[in-house]
Design a protein around this ligand. Structure first.
Ligand code: 5RP
Length: 233
Protein backbone atom coordinates (compact mmCIF):
# COMPACT_ATOMS: atom_id res chain seq x y z
CA UNK A 1 0.00 0.00 0.00
CA UNK A 2 1.27 3.46 -0.94
CA UNK A 3 2.40 5.57 2.01
CA UNK A 4 2.23 9.27 0.98
CA UNK A 5 5.19 10.20 3.23
CA UNK A 6 7.57 7.90 1.30
CA UNK A 7 6.65 9.00 -2.23
CA UNK A 8 8.93 10.12 -5.06
CA UNK A 9 8.04 13.44 -6.76
CA UNK A 10 6.43 11.47 -9.62
CA UNK A 11 4.35 9.47 -7.16
CA UNK A 12 3.23 12.66 -5.44
CA UNK A 13 2.08 13.98 -8.83
CA UNK A 14 0.14 10.76 -9.52
CA UNK A 15 -1.37 10.85 -6.04
CA UNK A 16 -2.54 14.46 -6.52
CA UNK A 17 -4.22 13.60 -9.84
CA UNK A 18 -5.88 10.53 -8.31
CA UNK A 19 -7.15 12.57 -5.36
CA UNK A 20 -8.65 15.22 -7.65
CA UNK A 21 -10.59 12.48 -9.49
CA UNK A 22 -12.59 11.74 -6.32
CA UNK A 23 -14.74 14.84 -6.86
CA UNK A 24 -16.21 13.16 -9.99
CA UNK A 25 -17.43 10.13 -8.01
CA UNK A 26 -21.13 10.31 -7.13
CA UNK A 27 -23.22 8.10 -4.86
CA UNK A 28 -24.94 5.24 -6.69
CA UNK A 29 -22.50 5.15 -9.61
CA UNK A 30 -21.00 2.14 -11.32
CA UNK A 31 -17.34 2.97 -11.78
CA UNK A 32 -14.70 1.49 -14.08
CA UNK A 33 -11.31 1.02 -12.43
CA UNK A 34 -8.14 1.27 -14.52
CA UNK A 35 -4.86 -0.56 -14.08
CA UNK A 36 -1.36 0.61 -13.13
CA UNK A 37 0.34 2.56 -10.37
CA UNK A 38 -1.78 5.72 -10.81
CA UNK A 39 -4.99 3.67 -10.96
CA UNK A 40 -3.86 1.85 -7.78
CA UNK A 41 -3.55 5.22 -6.03
CA UNK A 42 -7.06 6.13 -7.16
CA UNK A 43 -8.45 2.80 -5.91
CA UNK A 44 -6.74 3.30 -2.58
CA UNK A 45 -8.16 6.81 -2.11
CA UNK A 46 -11.56 5.80 -3.52
CA UNK A 47 -11.98 3.06 -0.90
CA UNK A 48 -11.37 5.57 1.87
CA UNK A 49 -13.66 8.17 0.25
CA UNK A 50 -16.53 5.70 -0.21
CA UNK A 51 -16.20 4.52 3.39
CA UNK A 52 -16.07 8.05 4.83
CA UNK A 53 -19.00 9.35 2.75
CA UNK A 54 -20.98 6.11 3.13
CA UNK A 55 -21.45 5.90 -0.64
CA UNK A 56 -22.98 3.04 -2.56
CA UNK A 57 -20.54 2.40 -5.44
CA UNK A 58 -20.15 -0.65 -7.67
CA UNK A 59 -16.81 -1.11 -9.43
CA UNK A 60 -15.82 -2.95 -12.61
CA UNK A 61 -12.10 -3.63 -12.89
CA UNK A 62 -9.92 -3.68 -16.02
CA UNK A 63 -7.56 -6.33 -14.62
CA UNK A 64 -7.36 -9.09 -12.04
CA UNK A 65 -4.80 -6.96 -10.22
CA UNK A 66 -7.17 -3.98 -9.83
CA UNK A 67 -10.11 -6.22 -8.93
CA UNK A 68 -8.05 -7.83 -6.19
CA UNK A 69 -6.84 -4.50 -4.81
CA UNK A 70 -10.35 -3.01 -4.83
CA UNK A 71 -11.86 -6.05 -3.09
CA UNK A 72 -9.07 -6.12 -0.49
CA UNK A 73 -9.94 -2.50 0.39
CA UNK A 74 -13.64 -3.30 0.81
CA UNK A 75 -14.98 -1.96 -2.51
CA UNK A 76 -17.84 -3.83 -4.21
CA UNK A 77 -16.59 -5.33 -7.50
CA UNK A 78 -18.89 -6.71 -10.20
CA UNK A 79 -18.07 -8.50 -13.46
CA UNK A 80 -18.26 -6.36 -16.63
CA UNK A 81 -21.10 -8.52 -17.95
CA UNK A 82 -23.16 -8.01 -14.80
CA UNK A 83 -23.58 -4.22 -15.05
CA UNK A 84 -26.04 -2.28 -17.20
CA UNK A 85 -23.84 0.77 -17.67
CA UNK A 86 -20.64 2.36 -16.41
CA UNK A 87 -21.01 6.06 -15.65
CA UNK A 88 -17.35 6.85 -15.17
CA UNK A 89 -14.01 5.10 -15.60
CA UNK A 90 -10.85 6.45 -13.99
CA UNK A 91 -7.50 5.23 -15.32
CA UNK A 92 -3.88 6.23 -15.84
CA UNK A 93 -2.15 6.49 -19.19
CA UNK A 94 1.27 6.17 -20.78
CA UNK A 95 0.83 9.16 -23.08
CA UNK A 96 -1.86 11.73 -23.79
CA UNK A 97 -1.84 14.16 -26.69
CA UNK A 98 -3.38 17.62 -27.15
CA UNK A 99 -6.63 16.03 -28.45
CA UNK A 100 -6.79 13.74 -25.38
CA UNK A 101 -5.99 10.67 -27.47
CA UNK A 102 -3.99 8.09 -25.56
CA UNK A 103 -1.39 5.36 -25.70
CA UNK A 104 -2.07 2.91 -22.88
CA UNK A 105 -1.23 -0.62 -21.92
CA UNK A 106 2.41 -0.60 -20.81
CA UNK A 107 1.03 -2.39 -17.74
CA UNK A 108 -0.37 -5.12 -19.99
CA UNK A 109 -4.10 -4.44 -19.62
CA UNK A 110 -4.97 -2.51 -22.80
CA UNK A 111 -7.71 -4.87 -24.01
CA UNK A 112 -9.90 -4.87 -20.92
CA UNK A 113 -9.15 -1.17 -20.42
CA UNK A 114 -10.40 -0.42 -23.91
CA UNK A 115 -13.53 -2.57 -23.53
CA UNK A 116 -14.49 -0.92 -20.23
CA UNK A 117 -13.45 2.60 -21.24
CA UNK A 118 -15.11 2.64 -24.66
CA UNK A 119 -18.29 1.43 -22.93
CA UNK A 120 -18.15 4.14 -20.21
CA UNK A 121 -20.24 7.27 -20.35
CA UNK A 122 -17.22 9.28 -19.21
CA UNK A 123 -13.49 8.51 -19.29
CA UNK A 124 -11.37 10.39 -16.77
CA UNK A 125 -7.61 10.03 -17.19
CA UNK A 126 -5.28 10.79 -14.28
CA UNK A 127 -1.57 11.26 -14.89
CA UNK A 128 1.62 12.87 -13.72
CA UNK A 129 2.72 15.61 -16.08
CA UNK A 130 5.44 13.44 -17.72
CA UNK A 131 2.65 11.72 -19.69
CA UNK A 132 1.75 14.90 -21.59
CA UNK A 133 2.75 15.09 -25.29
CA UNK A 134 1.89 17.27 -28.28
CA UNK A 135 1.28 14.15 -30.40
CA UNK A 136 1.30 10.38 -29.96
CA UNK A 137 4.58 8.56 -30.61
CA UNK A 138 6.69 5.63 -29.47
CA UNK A 139 5.84 2.08 -28.48
CA UNK A 140 2.28 0.83 -28.93
CA UNK A 141 1.34 -2.32 -26.95
CA UNK A 142 -0.32 -4.92 -29.17
CA UNK A 143 -2.03 -7.90 -27.51
CA UNK A 144 -2.04 -10.94 -29.78
CA UNK A 145 -2.52 -14.69 -29.96
CA UNK A 146 0.93 -16.34 -29.52
CA UNK A 147 0.15 -18.74 -32.41
CA UNK A 148 0.09 -15.77 -34.82
CA UNK A 149 3.34 -14.04 -33.67
CA UNK A 150 5.21 -14.01 -37.00
CA UNK A 151 2.09 -12.98 -38.89
CA UNK A 152 1.42 -10.13 -36.46
CA UNK A 153 5.06 -8.93 -36.62
CA UNK A 154 4.87 -8.89 -40.43
CA UNK A 155 1.64 -6.91 -40.33
CA UNK A 156 3.06 -4.38 -37.87
CA UNK A 157 6.15 -3.83 -40.06
CA UNK A 158 3.87 -3.26 -43.03
CA UNK A 159 2.11 -0.53 -41.05
CA UNK A 160 5.47 1.17 -40.37
CA UNK A 161 6.73 -0.31 -37.09
CA UNK A 162 10.49 0.31 -36.83
CA UNK A 163 11.19 -1.75 -33.75
CA UNK A 164 9.11 -4.58 -32.32
CA UNK A 165 9.79 -6.17 -28.94
CA UNK A 166 8.02 -8.96 -27.10
CA UNK A 167 7.04 -7.88 -23.57
CA UNK A 168 8.74 -10.16 -21.03
CA UNK A 169 7.95 -10.82 -17.38
CA UNK A 170 10.36 -10.64 -14.42
CA UNK A 171 11.32 -14.31 -14.92
CA UNK A 172 12.43 -13.67 -18.50
CA UNK A 173 9.41 -15.39 -20.07
CA UNK A 174 6.81 -13.80 -22.37
CA UNK A 175 4.43 -11.66 -20.31
CA UNK A 176 0.99 -13.26 -20.35
CA UNK A 177 -2.08 -11.03 -20.11
CA UNK A 178 -5.20 -11.74 -18.05
CA UNK A 179 -6.65 -13.04 -21.35
CA UNK A 180 -3.84 -15.59 -21.90
CA UNK A 181 -2.34 -13.60 -24.78
CA UNK A 182 1.11 -12.03 -25.32
CA UNK A 183 2.12 -8.43 -26.00
CA UNK A 184 4.37 -6.92 -28.66
CA UNK A 185 5.54 -3.35 -28.14
CA UNK A 186 5.68 -1.85 -31.64
CA UNK A 187 7.46 1.47 -32.06
CA UNK A 188 6.07 3.54 -34.93
CA UNK A 189 7.91 6.77 -34.10
CA UNK A 190 5.62 9.75 -34.54
CA UNK A 191 2.05 8.59 -35.24
CA UNK A 192 0.56 10.89 -37.88
CA UNK A 193 -2.91 9.37 -37.87
CA UNK A 194 -3.67 7.57 -34.56
CA UNK A 195 -7.20 6.51 -35.54
CA UNK A 196 -6.02 4.90 -38.79
CA UNK A 197 -3.22 3.09 -36.96
CA UNK A 198 -5.54 1.93 -34.18
CA UNK A 199 -7.86 0.38 -36.77
CA UNK A 200 -5.03 -0.88 -38.98
CA UNK A 201 -3.35 -2.81 -36.17
CA UNK A 202 -6.64 -4.43 -35.17
CA UNK A 203 -7.14 -5.60 -38.77
CA UNK A 204 -4.07 -7.87 -38.54
CA UNK A 205 -5.19 -11.49 -38.06
CA UNK A 206 -4.20 -12.66 -34.58
CA UNK A 207 -4.35 -9.23 -32.93
CA UNK A 208 -6.77 -8.98 -30.03
CA UNK A 209 -6.42 -5.24 -29.30
CA UNK A 210 -3.87 -2.43 -29.16
CA UNK A 211 -3.10 0.46 -26.85
CA UNK A 212 -4.01 3.41 -29.09
CA UNK A 213 -7.16 5.09 -27.78
CA UNK A 214 -8.09 7.41 -30.66
CA UNK A 215 -11.55 6.18 -31.64
CA UNK A 216 -12.45 7.46 -28.24
CA UNK A 217 -9.98 9.55 -26.24
CA UNK A 218 -10.42 10.86 -22.71
CA UNK A 219 -13.29 13.18 -21.80
CA UNK A 220 -11.31 14.74 -18.97
CA UNK A 221 -7.61 14.60 -18.17
CA UNK A 222 -6.24 15.57 -14.76
CA UNK A 223 -2.50 16.20 -14.67
CA UNK A 224 -0.92 16.12 -11.23
CA UNK A 225 2.28 17.84 -10.13
CA UNK A 226 4.74 16.97 -7.38
CA UNK A 227 3.74 20.08 -5.38
CA UNK A 228 0.19 18.74 -5.14
CA UNK A 229 -1.30 21.05 -7.77
CA UNK A 230 -3.51 19.69 -10.54
CA UNK A 231 -4.53 20.97 -13.96
CA UNK A 232 -7.75 19.74 -15.59
CA UNK A 233 -8.15 19.56 -19.37
C1 5RP B 1 -1.95 -0.34 -17.91
C2 5RP B 1 -2.04 1.08 -18.34
C3 5RP B 1 -1.64 2.11 -17.35
O1 5RP B 1 -2.71 2.97 -17.13
C4 5RP B 1 -0.46 2.87 -17.89
O2 5RP B 1 0.55 1.95 -18.21
C5 5RP B 1 0.06 3.89 -16.89
O3 5RP B 1 0.61 3.23 -15.79
P1 5RP B 1 1.14 4.00 -14.53
O4 5RP B 1 -0.03 4.65 -13.88
O5 5RP B 1 1.76 2.93 -13.68
O6 5RP B 1 2.17 5.01 -14.99
O7 5RP B 1 -2.44 1.41 -19.42
O8 5RP B 1 -2.26 -1.23 -18.94
Amino acid sequence: MMNPSQMTPQDRAKWAAAKAALSYVKDGQTLGLGTGSTADMFIQQLAEHVREKEMNITCVATSGRSAQLAKSLGLAVAEFGQVEKIMLTVDGTDLVDAKKRLIKGYGGACTREKIVEYASEKLLIIADDSKKAAGLSGAVPVEFLPFAKTRVEKGLKKLGARKIELKMNAEGRPFMTDNGFWILNADFGRIANPLKLEEGINDIEGVLENGIFAKRGADIVIFGYANGKVVKK
